[in-house]
Design a binder for this molecule. Structure first.
Ligand code: ATR
Length: 497
C-alpha cells in the first residue's frame, strides 16, 4: 500500500478563507477536504469553484449535523448542493473535486453516476458508535458496492481497547484503499500511525482552526509534520510512546522525536492516552511498541505488569519507564536522576547535604524526589493532604512528615529553605491567583526560600509566581522533564540523547 496522504480539513466560513489556508500549507499537505457544511449559506452555492481556486486535489463533504457536521437542511437540499457542486464538473479532471464523501446511507444514483462519469472517486463513510462489534473487513466490503468506492470508518472508541481492536484488524487489509480514523483523545494513535493501519489518508486541521476540531481528536498540521514527522513513518518504524490520563499537554513527544531525528533513528514516539494502564499495555503488545514513558496516574499501577524491576523502581516504588525485553516489560525510574540533575543545576553551589527540605505531596512523583534527596543526604519533611501517605513515605527513609493544612505553617517554616512541590495542584492552570491552584497558599514567603515546582505547564505556577514576587528563586519542572527523558532515550535506543 502507498504511504498515507495528509488530508487537511477546511472548515472556513468562506471559500477565500479556505483558499488562504491551502496556500499556507500546500507544501506539507497532499489533499484537502472542503467541508461545505461549514461554509456560510451564500458560499455553499459556489462550492464547485473551489477545485479551480487551489492546486491540490480536494474532497467534497457536506456533513449532516446528526453525523457531527453543521448541515441542518434536509436531505433534499443536501442533494441539491451535491448536484450543484458536481453536475457542472469539468472535462479537465484537475478542475473537479477529486473525491466526494457520501455517507453509507446516502444513495442517490443520479448524483453517484455524475461523480463517476467525471472520474470523481467516492469515499463511502460511516460513523461507528459501537466499535466493539465491528468486523472491519465485513463492514468495508458491505460499504464498497463498486471498486470505485473507498470505504471509511470513523469511530468513537469507548476505550483504547476499541482502537487496538479496529487498528489491528485494519492492518490486515491491503488489497484496496480504505480509511480508518478513531475520534477523541484515545483515538490519536490512529491518526499518527495511519501507515500501520493501511489507511489511505489521515485527517488534520490547519493550526488556525484546530481548536474547534480538538474535541473529535483532530491533530494540527504542524504537530503532525514537525513533531511526528508523519511522512517518515512506515510499517518498519519502531514505536515508542507515553501513556497517562488525561495527558492533555505533554512535551515528551517533542523531546523524544527530536532525538530520533538527530540520530537518524527510524522511530516515532506518540501519546497513548488511557485511564487504564492495562489497556495501554494491550495496545503496545498488539502494535509492537518497544518502550513507554509512564506518567500520571499510572506510575504505581504499572508495577503489577512488570516482569522485571530495576533496583531504583524497587526502592522508589514507582516506575516512569518501561522497555519491552522479549515478552516481558522491564521497569525503570528516570525521574530520580532527572530530578537530581535539575535540582543540582538549580541550587548551584548551595549544599543539599544535611539541609532541611520540604517536599509537598507524597504521590508517585514525590517518591522519586524523596529517594533522590535521601541519596543527596538531605533532611526531609514530607507535607501531604493525606497524612497517612506522608507517613508511609517518610517512614521508608527515616524522614519527618506533616499533614498539609493551615496548621503546618510552623513546620513548613522550619524546612522552608528549599521547598519542592510534587503534586499536580497548579498544573494546566490559567487562573494564577486562586488558592486552589497553590498547595501552600497559606504559607507566607520571606524571600530567601528556593522553590522547585515539578510542574512545567504552565511554566510559572501560581505557587512560583507568589514566591518570586517575594524575591525567591524558583524553578519549574522542565529541566527535570528533559533530563529524565534523556535517560529514557538511552533505555529505548541504547544511544546518548
Ligand atoms: P503523581 O504520581 O504525579 O505524584 P499522584 O500519585 O496522583 O500523582 O499523587 C498526587 C499527589 O498530589 C498526592 O500527594 C496527593 O495528595 P493525597 O495523597 O492526599 O491524595 C496530592 N494532591 C492531589 N490533589 C491535591 C490537592 N487538591 N491538594 C493537595 N494535594 C493534592
Amino acid at each position: 500500500m502507498n504511504q498515507p496522504l495528509i488530508c487537511m480539513t477546511l472548515t472556513g466560513r468562506t471559500l477565500e478563507e479556505d483558499v488562504n489556508l491551502v496556500k499556507k500549507y500546500e507544501k506539507q499537505v497532499d489533499i484537502v477536504e472542503l467541508r461545505v457544511d461549514c461554509l456560510s449559506e451564500d458560499e455553499q452555492f459556489y462550492a464547485r469553484r473551489f477545485p479551480t481556486m487551489i492546486q491540490l486535489p480536494c474532497i467534497l463533504t457536506i456533513r449532516r449535523d446528526i453525523d457531527g457536521g453543521k448541515f441542518t437542511g434536509g436531505e433534499f437540499s443536501r442533494t441539491n448542493l451535491f448536484a450543484r457542486a458536481l453536475a457542472f464538473a469539468n472535462e479537465d479532471k484537475s478542475r473537479n473535486f477529486a473525491f466526494v464523501d457520501f455517507e453509507d446511507d446516502y444513495h442517490i444514483p443520479s448524483i453517484q453516476d455524475t461523480a463517476m462519469a467525471f472520474g470523481i472517486k467516492i469515499i463511502r463513510s460511516t460513523h461507528v458508535m459501537n466499535p466493539v462489534e465491528v468486523n472491519i473487513k465485513g463492514r468495508y466490503e458491505k460499504m464498497r458496492k463498486t471498486g470505485y468506492e473507498i470505504p471509511k470508518i470513523a469511530f468513537t472508541p469507548r476505550s483504547l481497547d476499541d482502537v487496538t481492536s479496529l487498528f489491528s484488524q485494519s492492518r490486515e487489509i491491503t488489497d484496496y484503499e480504505h480509511i480508518l480514523c478513531a475520534m477523541g483523545p484515545e483515538g490519536l494513535p490512529s491518526r499518527i500511525l495511519a501507515a500501520f493501519s493501511n489507511s489511505f489518508l489521515t485527517y488534520v486541521s490547519p493550526n488556525e482552526t484546530i481548536d474547534c476540531m480538538k474535541d473529535i481528536g483532530h491533530i494540527d498540521m504542524l504537530t503532525l509534520t514537525n513533531i511526528y514527522r508523519f511522512k517518515n513513518i512506515s510499517k518498519k518504524t519502531k514505536l515508542f510512546g507515553i501513556t497517562g490520563w488525561p495527558l492533555i499537554k505533554t512535551l515528551s513527544p517533542k523531546i523524544h522525536n527530536a532525538g530520533y531525528q538527530k540520530h537518524n533513528i527510524d522511530a516515532v514516539y506518540i501519546p497513548i492516552r488511557t485511564p487504564d494502564i492495562s489497556k495501554a499495555l494491550n495496545f503496545c503488545d498488539r502494535m509492537k511498541v518497544n518502550g513507554l514513558s509512564v506518567t500520571i496516574p499510572h506510575k504505581e499501577s504499572v508495577l503489577y505488569y512488570l516482569g522485571e524491576q530495576s533496583p531504583e523502581v524497587v526502592q522508589i516504588g514507582a516506575c516512569n519507564t518501561i522497555v519491552k525485553n522479549g515478552d516481558k516489560w522491564c521497569g525503570y525510574n528516570t525521574d530520580a536522576t532527572g530530578f537530581q540533575r535539575a535540582l543540582e543545576e538549580f541550587i548551584g553551589s548551595e549544599k543539599i547535604k544535611r539541609r532541611k527540605v520540604a517536599v509537598i505531596g507524597a504521590g508517585g512523583a514525590a517518591k522519586a524526589v524523596v529517594y533522590a534527596l535521601k541519596q543527596m543526604g538531605a533532611k526531609v519533611c514530607i507535607f501531604n493532604r493525606t497524612e497517612e501517605h506522608a507517613q508511609q513515605l517518610a517512614d521508608r527513609y527515616g524522614f519527618n512528615y506533616c499533614k498539609l493544612d493551615t496548621h503546618c505553617i510552623e513546620k513548613l517554616d522550619e524546612y522552608s529553605s528549599l521547598i519542592i512541590q510534587t503534586t499536580s495542584v497548579g498544573m494546566n492552570s490559567e487562573d494564577k491567583s486562586s488558592n486552589e491552584l497553590d498547595p501552600i497558599f497559606f504559607y507566607k514567603f520571606r524571600g530567601d526560600e528556593m522553590v522547585f515546582d515539578l510542574i512545567y505547564t504552565p511554566s510559572t505556577t501560581p505557587l512560583m509566581l507568589r514566591a518570586s514576587k517575594k524575591g525567591c528563586r524558583t524553578c519549574n519542572g522542565y529541566k527535570m522533564l528533559e533530563y529524565q527523558a534523556y535517560e529514557q532515550f538511552k533505555l529505548f535506543t541504547g544511544k546518548e540523547y
